[in-house]
Ligand binder design. Sequence first.
Ligand code: ASP
Length: 326
Amino acid sequence: MTRPHVLILHVGGTIGMRRTPSGYGTHPGHLAELLQSMPELQRPELPAWDLHEFDPLLDSAEMTPDDWLRIAETLVGRQNDYDGFVVLHGTDTMAYTAAALDRLLLGVHKPVVLTGSQIPLFEVRNDARENLINALTFAATPDLHEVCIAFDDVLLRASTATKVSSFDLHAFDAPNAAPLAHIGVNVRWTRPPTGGAQGPMHLRPHERRRVLSVRLYPGLTADMLTNVLQDPIDALILEMYGAGNGPRDPDLLAALEAAHARGVRLVAVSQTPSGGVNLADYETGQAYARVGVESWGRATTEAALAALTLSDKEQTLMLEPSHEAS
Ligand code: ASP
């Protein structure tokens, strides 16, 4: 059997950073040198791999939707040369990129596995080696036809993941969905990969939209909201309380209604990490539904942001309609 061949796409992030006088920073060629010095990466249990480094390498805090597109276009362009892909990415916006790639890429018939680390690979004690080896293994799993994040002890579906810690090595989780797999002594699949997707991988036709995200909090006033909702804003993600509640402040509701009347799409997600919104549940939620706020169920802010930023022309969205859905 021929050894699978994986492309490691190095976008940036802590995993490949080195120490500089002003803190950790990216440096071209640094990760390539480190990888060459790791004999275990040549073992036959792992796929053969090539490294493609982005220019410039990015701290993921600096990424924009243009970078999501650049990654997606690279994956589409190289799909016939490899059996799977590892995307090495900073942790800060990895969940956004994962959700965006999941949204952008159609016909994903090979694994696309994002990973990174909390401690750079050059440090003696690091989580980078483990995460990279796990990601390479998943990228060589032939039936894993989706975009996912492999980090610490979990493999997560792209659109369910969120960064849950800036200090712990368990940095990602999907508080609202079962992981695809637990990575322990063995890999325990919750949803064994079934394959079957048809290629070729291609980009979803989309229109770029300008999206604003606002978290409700006691003290948010109508004039503050009106100020940030000035044109050109196409959509607002409202992170509501609990199951989809907010203050029944008539001025605040009027500000939302006015934005909606101007064509601003209003979308509710929950600010609780687990659960979701159903605006029908409470009077306080229904008041928001009446002014045009849509209930986006269990969607994470990252997934909602990716879906709205990369909107279909007709804006149909494949997300759960309510928190009743499993
Ligand atoms: N600031 C870094 C980044 O997101 C953090 C990390 O990679 O863990 O690129």
